[in-house]
Design a protein around this ligand. Structure first.
Ligand code: NAG
Ligand code: NAG
Ligand code: NAG
Length: 297
Protein backbone atom coordinates (compact mmCIF):
# COMPACT_ATOMS: atom_id res chain seq x y z
CA UNK A 1 0.00 0.00 0.00
CA UNK A 2 2.70 2.43 0.98
CA UNK A 3 4.71 1.50 -2.11
CA UNK A 4 1.72 2.07 -4.35
CA UNK A 5 1.28 5.49 -2.86
CA UNK A 6 4.91 6.37 -3.44
CA UNK A 7 4.55 5.25 -7.05
CA UNK A 8 1.39 7.28 -7.51
CA UNK A 9 3.17 10.28 -6.04
CA UNK A 10 6.13 9.87 -8.41
CA UNK A 11 3.72 9.52 -11.30
CA UNK A 12 2.05 12.75 -10.22
CA UNK A 13 5.39 14.59 -9.98
CA UNK A 14 6.44 13.31 -13.41
CA UNK A 15 3.07 14.30 -14.85
CA UNK A 16 3.29 17.77 -13.35
CA UNK A 17 6.80 18.20 -14.76
CA UNK A 18 5.60 17.12 -18.20
CA UNK A 19 2.82 19.69 -18.17
CA UNK A 20 5.42 22.46 -18.07
CA UNK A 21 6.92 24.72 -15.46
CA UNK A 22 3.85 26.92 -15.11
CA UNK A 23 1.46 24.07 -14.51
CA UNK A 24 0.94 24.47 -10.80
CA UNK A 25 2.04 27.97 -10.10
CA UNK A 26 -0.36 30.70 -9.04
CA UNK A 27 -1.69 33.12 -11.59
CA UNK A 28 -0.08 36.54 -11.78
CA UNK A 29 -1.09 40.18 -11.61
CA UNK A 30 1.28 42.79 -13.03
CA UNK A 31 0.52 46.29 -11.81
CA UNK A 32 2.52 49.31 -13.02
CA UNK A 33 2.68 52.00 -10.37
CA UNK A 34 4.32 55.36 -9.79
CA UNK A 35 4.80 56.78 -13.28
CA UNK A 36 2.33 59.65 -13.45
CA UNK A 37 3.49 61.91 -10.65
CA UNK A 38 0.43 61.24 -8.49
CA UNK A 39 1.27 60.51 -4.83
CA UNK A 40 0.17 56.84 -5.04
CA UNK A 41 0.86 54.20 -2.39
CA UNK A 42 0.59 50.40 -2.35
CA UNK A 43 -1.91 50.24 0.53
CA UNK A 44 -5.25 50.81 -1.26
CA UNK A 45 -4.52 48.34 -4.09
CA UNK A 46 -6.60 45.15 -3.58
CA UNK A 47 -4.39 42.04 -3.38
CA UNK A 48 -5.83 38.51 -3.42
CA UNK A 49 -3.93 35.90 -1.39
CA UNK A 50 -3.85 33.21 -4.06
CA UNK A 51 -2.45 35.43 -6.83
CA UNK A 52 1.25 36.24 -7.35
CA UNK A 53 0.97 40.01 -7.26
CA UNK A 54 3.75 42.05 -8.90
CA UNK A 55 4.08 45.78 -8.44
CA UNK A 56 6.16 47.23 -11.28
CA UNK A 57 7.77 50.47 -10.09
CA UNK A 58 7.84 52.92 -12.95
CA UNK A 59 10.56 53.72 -13.85
CA UNK A 60 14.27 53.09 -13.22
CA UNK A 61 16.05 55.18 -15.85
CA UNK A 62 19.56 55.21 -17.27
CA UNK A 63 19.66 59.00 -17.20
CA UNK A 64 20.35 62.04 -15.05
CA UNK A 65 17.41 64.36 -14.20
CA UNK A 66 17.93 66.21 -17.51
CA UNK A 67 17.46 62.86 -19.33
CA UNK A 68 21.12 62.56 -20.31
CA UNK A 69 22.09 58.84 -20.58
CA UNK A 70 24.48 57.59 -17.89
CA UNK A 71 26.00 54.63 -19.74
CA UNK A 72 23.82 52.06 -17.98
CA UNK A 73 23.59 53.57 -14.48
CA UNK A 74 19.91 53.46 -13.51
CA UNK A 75 18.27 55.79 -10.99
CA UNK A 76 14.74 55.55 -9.55
CA UNK A 77 12.28 58.08 -11.01
CA UNK A 78 9.03 56.61 -9.67
CA UNK A 79 7.01 58.81 -7.34
CA UNK A 80 8.79 59.28 -4.02
CA UNK A 81 5.71 58.13 -2.02
CA UNK A 82 6.80 54.59 -3.05
CA UNK A 83 9.57 54.43 -0.46
CA UNK A 84 11.85 51.46 0.30
CA UNK A 85 10.02 51.13 3.65
CA UNK A 86 6.63 50.97 1.95
CA UNK A 87 7.86 48.23 -0.42
CA UNK A 88 9.11 46.23 2.58
CA UNK A 89 5.82 46.80 4.42
CA UNK A 90 3.52 45.67 1.58
CA UNK A 91 5.69 42.56 1.02
CA UNK A 92 5.53 41.76 4.74
CA UNK A 93 1.76 42.18 4.84
CA UNK A 94 1.29 40.12 1.65
CA UNK A 95 3.93 37.40 1.19
CA UNK A 96 2.56 36.88 -2.36
CA UNK A 97 3.70 40.38 -3.39
CA UNK A 98 6.84 40.95 -5.44
CA UNK A 99 8.34 44.27 -6.54
CA UNK A 100 9.95 44.91 -9.90
CA UNK A 101 11.62 47.99 -11.35
CA UNK A 102 10.72 48.77 -14.93
CA UNK A 103 13.58 50.07 -17.05
CA UNK A 104 13.17 53.27 -19.06
CA UNK A 105 9.54 53.94 -20.01
CA UNK A 106 8.54 56.54 -22.60
CA UNK A 107 9.88 59.80 -21.19
CA UNK A 108 11.48 61.71 -18.36
CA UNK A 109 9.83 65.09 -17.90
CA UNK A 110 9.33 66.37 -21.45
CA UNK A 111 12.29 64.38 -22.87
CA UNK A 112 11.55 61.21 -24.83
CA UNK A 113 13.77 58.30 -23.81
CA UNK A 114 15.14 55.60 -26.04
CA UNK A 115 17.63 52.82 -26.48
CA UNK A 116 21.03 53.93 -27.69
CA UNK A 117 23.80 51.58 -28.74
CA UNK A 118 26.45 51.95 -26.03
CA UNK A 119 30.03 52.32 -27.28
CA UNK A 120 31.14 49.57 -24.93
CA UNK A 121 28.27 47.10 -24.32
CA UNK A 122 30.20 45.19 -21.64
CA UNK A 123 30.73 48.40 -19.67
CA UNK A 124 27.05 49.32 -20.11
CA UNK A 125 26.00 45.89 -18.77
CA UNK A 126 28.39 46.21 -15.84
CA UNK A 127 27.09 49.70 -14.95
CA UNK A 128 23.48 48.56 -15.26
CA UNK A 129 24.18 45.51 -13.12
CA UNK A 130 25.88 47.49 -10.36
CA UNK A 131 23.24 50.22 -10.22
CA UNK A 132 20.32 47.76 -10.30
CA UNK A 133 21.94 45.61 -7.64
CA UNK A 134 22.06 48.54 -5.25
CA UNK A 135 18.55 49.63 -6.25
CA UNK A 136 17.28 46.07 -5.64
CA UNK A 137 18.86 46.05 -2.20
CA UNK A 138 17.54 49.49 -1.26
CA UNK A 139 13.99 48.91 -2.53
CA UNK A 140 13.67 45.16 -1.77
CA UNK A 141 13.17 44.37 -5.45
CA UNK A 142 12.59 40.87 -6.82
CA UNK A 143 12.95 41.63 -10.47
CA UNK A 144 13.10 43.94 -13.44
CA UNK A 145 10.83 44.70 -16.36
CA UNK A 146 12.25 45.91 -19.69
CA UNK A 147 10.24 48.81 -21.11
CA UNK A 148 12.40 50.64 -23.64
CA UNK A 149 9.96 52.24 -26.06
CA UNK A 150 12.06 53.96 -28.73
CA UNK A 151 14.78 52.42 -30.86
CA UNK A 152 17.36 53.65 -33.32
CA UNK A 153 17.40 52.02 -36.77
CA UNK A 154 20.36 49.90 -35.76
CA UNK A 155 19.39 48.40 -32.41
CA UNK A 156 21.59 45.32 -32.56
CA UNK A 157 23.00 45.73 -29.06
CA UNK A 158 19.58 45.90 -27.35
CA UNK A 159 18.94 42.15 -27.21
CA UNK A 160 22.53 41.46 -26.20
CA UNK A 161 22.67 44.08 -23.43
CA UNK A 162 19.23 43.29 -21.96
CA UNK A 163 19.67 39.53 -22.24
CA UNK A 164 23.11 39.54 -20.63
CA UNK A 165 21.94 41.96 -17.93
CA UNK A 166 19.00 39.76 -16.94
CA UNK A 167 21.17 36.63 -17.08
CA UNK A 168 23.78 38.22 -14.81
CA UNK A 169 21.22 39.61 -12.33
CA UNK A 170 19.60 36.17 -12.09
CA UNK A 171 22.90 34.33 -11.92
CA UNK A 172 24.06 36.50 -9.02
CA UNK A 173 20.65 36.04 -7.33
CA UNK A 174 20.01 39.79 -7.38
CA UNK A 175 16.62 39.11 -8.98
CA UNK A 176 14.39 36.06 -9.40
CA UNK A 177 12.04 37.50 -11.96
CA UNK A 178 12.25 39.31 -15.32
CA UNK A 179 9.55 40.53 -17.67
CA UNK A 180 9.48 42.46 -20.95
CA UNK A 181 6.94 45.00 -22.19
CA UNK A 182 6.88 45.25 -25.99
CA UNK A 183 4.23 47.27 -27.80
CA UNK A 184 2.82 47.47 -31.29
CA UNK A 185 5.70 49.29 -33.02
CA UNK A 186 8.54 48.01 -30.79
CA UNK A 187 7.87 44.32 -31.08
CA UNK A 188 10.87 43.49 -33.34
CA UNK A 189 13.75 44.16 -30.94
CA UNK A 190 11.77 42.36 -28.22
CA UNK A 191 11.28 39.30 -30.44
CA UNK A 192 15.04 39.23 -30.95
CA UNK A 193 15.58 39.52 -27.18
CA UNK A 194 13.01 36.78 -26.49
CA UNK A 195 14.39 34.45 -29.16
CA UNK A 196 17.90 34.68 -27.74
CA UNK A 197 17.18 34.98 -24.01
CA UNK A 198 13.65 33.59 -23.53
CA UNK A 199 14.88 31.15 -20.88
CA UNK A 200 15.51 33.99 -18.41
CA UNK A 201 12.31 35.91 -19.25
CA UNK A 202 9.36 34.92 -17.08
CA UNK A 203 6.48 36.90 -18.60
CA UNK A 204 5.71 39.09 -21.59
CA UNK A 205 3.69 42.18 -20.60
CA UNK A 206 2.75 42.98 -24.18
CA UNK A 207 0.94 46.34 -24.31
CA UNK A 208 -2.15 45.07 -26.14
CA UNK A 209 -3.77 48.48 -25.78
CA UNK A 210 -1.30 49.73 -28.41
CA UNK A 211 -2.57 47.14 -30.91
CA UNK A 212 -5.65 49.37 -31.18
CA UNK A 213 -8.24 46.62 -30.89
CA UNK A 214 -11.45 47.53 -29.13
CA UNK A 215 -13.53 44.35 -29.44
CA UNK A 216 -13.08 40.88 -27.88
CA UNK A 217 -12.68 39.25 -31.32
CA UNK A 218 -10.05 41.83 -32.26
CA UNK A 219 -8.32 41.16 -28.95
CA UNK A 220 -8.29 37.42 -29.66
CA UNK A 221 -6.71 38.03 -33.09
CA UNK A 222 -4.03 40.27 -31.53
CA UNK A 223 -3.32 37.66 -28.86
CA UNK A 224 -3.07 34.91 -31.48
CA UNK A 225 -0.49 37.00 -33.38
CA UNK A 226 1.60 37.83 -30.27
CA UNK A 227 1.41 34.18 -29.18
CA UNK A 228 3.26 33.23 -32.38
CA UNK A 229 5.94 35.89 -31.68
CA UNK A 230 6.47 35.02 -28.00
CA UNK A 231 5.59 32.03 -25.80
CA UNK A 232 1.79 31.82 -25.43
CA UNK A 233 2.06 30.66 -21.81
CA UNK A 234 4.26 33.62 -20.83
CA UNK A 235 2.13 36.14 -22.70
CA UNK A 236 -0.25 38.14 -20.48
CA UNK A 237 -3.35 40.03 -21.64
CA UNK A 238 -3.17 43.67 -20.63
CA UNK A 239 -5.44 46.62 -19.98
CA UNK A 240 -4.85 50.36 -19.87
CA UNK A 241 -7.13 52.06 -17.34
CA UNK A 242 -8.81 55.16 -18.85
CA UNK A 243 -6.61 54.58 -21.87
CA UNK A 244 -6.23 53.08 -25.31
CA UNK A 245 -7.52 49.83 -26.74
CA UNK A 246 -10.36 47.74 -25.37
CA UNK A 247 -12.20 49.46 -22.51
CA UNK A 248 -14.68 48.44 -19.83
CA UNK A 249 -16.11 44.97 -19.29
CA UNK A 250 -15.39 44.05 -22.92
CA UNK A 251 -11.90 43.27 -21.60
CA UNK A 252 -13.32 40.43 -19.50
CA UNK A 253 -15.34 39.20 -22.48
CA UNK A 254 -11.98 39.11 -24.31
CA UNK A 255 -10.41 37.04 -21.50
CA UNK A 256 -13.29 34.57 -21.68
CA UNK A 257 -12.90 34.41 -25.45
CA UNK A 258 -9.17 33.66 -25.07
CA UNK A 259 -9.97 30.73 -22.77
CA UNK A 260 -12.76 29.52 -25.07
CA UNK A 261 -10.14 29.43 -27.81
CA UNK A 262 -7.76 27.26 -25.84
CA UNK A 263 -5.43 29.88 -24.35
CA UNK A 264 -4.64 29.71 -20.64
CA UNK A 265 -4.98 33.19 -19.20
CA UNK A 266 -2.06 32.90 -16.80
CA UNK A 267 -2.25 36.47 -15.57
CA UNK A 268 -3.24 40.03 -16.34
CA UNK A 269 -1.15 43.21 -16.68
CA UNK A 270 -2.71 46.56 -15.80
CA UNK A 271 -1.42 50.05 -16.52
CA UNK A 272 -1.72 51.51 -13.97
CA UNK A 273 -2.49 51.77 -10.26
CA UNK A 274 -2.15 55.55 -10.63
CA UNK A 275 -5.26 55.66 -12.84
CA UNK A 276 -7.15 52.94 -10.96
CA UNK A 277 -7.29 54.90 -7.74
CA UNK A 278 -10.07 56.94 -9.38
CA UNK A 279 -12.36 53.91 -9.87
CA UNK A 280 -11.59 52.04 -6.63
CA UNK A 281 -9.39 49.54 -8.55
CA UNK A 282 -12.31 48.03 -10.46
CA UNK A 283 -10.10 46.27 -13.04
CA UNK A 284 -7.66 44.93 -10.45
CA UNK A 285 -10.57 43.45 -8.44
CA UNK A 286 -12.32 41.94 -11.43
CA UNK A 287 -9.11 40.63 -13.02
CA UNK A 288 -8.16 38.83 -9.83
CA UNK A 289 -11.69 37.42 -9.53
CA UNK A 290 -11.38 36.17 -13.11
CA UNK A 291 -7.95 34.62 -12.47
CA UNK A 292 -9.12 32.98 -9.25
CA UNK A 293 -12.13 31.62 -11.08
CA UNK A 294 -10.50 30.26 -14.20
CA UNK A 295 -8.86 26.95 -13.47
CA UNK A 296 -5.34 26.07 -14.37
CA UNK A 297 -4.63 22.47 -15.46
C1 NAG B 1 15.63 46.83 -34.80
O1 NAG B 1 16.25 45.63 -35.22
C2 NAG B 1 15.42 44.77 -35.97
C3 NAG B 1 16.18 43.50 -36.19
O2 NAG B 1 17.45 43.75 -36.71
C4 NAG B 1 14.98 45.48 -37.24
O3 NAG B 1 14.18 44.63 -38.02
C5 NAG B 1 14.24 46.75 -36.86
O4 NAG B 1 13.84 47.44 -38.02
C6 NAG B 1 15.12 47.63 -35.99
N1 NAG B 1 14.45 48.87 -35.61
C7 NAG B 1 13.33 48.96 -34.89
C8 NAG B 1 12.87 50.34 -34.60
O5 NAG B 1 12.72 48.01 -34.48
C1 NAG C 1 25.96 31.23 -12.57
O1 NAG C 1 26.86 31.00 -13.63
C2 NAG C 1 27.86 30.03 -13.33
C3 NAG C 1 28.86 30.02 -14.48
O2 NAG C 1 28.21 29.83 -15.70
C4 NAG C 1 27.17 28.69 -13.11
O3 NAG C 1 28.12 27.70 -12.80
C5 NAG C 1 26.19 28.83 -11.95
O4 NAG C 1 25.48 27.63 -11.78
C6 NAG C 1 25.22 29.96 -12.20
N1 NAG C 1 24.39 30.16 -11.02
C7 NAG C 1 23.07 30.39 -11.08
C8 NAG C 1 22.39 30.61 -9.77
O5 NAG C 1 22.46 30.42 -12.14
C1 NAG D 1 -16.80 33.00 -12.07
O1 NAG D 1 -17.40 31.78 -12.52
C2 NAG D 1 -18.83 31.78 -12.48
C3 NAG D 1 -19.31 30.38 -12.86
O2 NAG D 1 -18.71 29.94 -14.03
C4 NAG D 1 -19.35 32.85 -13.43
O3 NAG D 1 -20.74 32.90 -13.40
C5 NAG D 1 -18.79 34.21 -13.00
O4 NAG D 1 -19.18 35.22 -13.91
C6 NAG D 1 -17.28 34.16 -12.93
N1 NAG D 1 -16.75 35.42 -12.41
C7 NAG D 1 -15.81 36.13 -13.05
C8 NAG D 1 -15.37 37.38 -12.38
O5 NAG D 1 -15.32 35.79 -14.12
Amino acid sequence: MRLVRVHLFLLYVAGAALLGHQCCEAKVMMEYIGATGQPVTFNPVPIEDNIDFHFILSFAIDADPSAKPQNGKSSPYWIETLTPESVAAIKKRHPNVKALASLSGWSLGDKVLGWYNPKNPKLWINNAFTSLKSLAKEYHLDGIDIDYENFPRNNASFAYCMGELITLLKNQSVISMATIAPFHTTVLPYIELFNKYGDVIDYVNHQFYTDKVRSPTGYLAAFQLRATQFDKDKLLPSYEVNGRGIQGDAFFDALNLLEANGFDVNGVMIFSADASSSNNYYYERKSQAFLTNSTRV
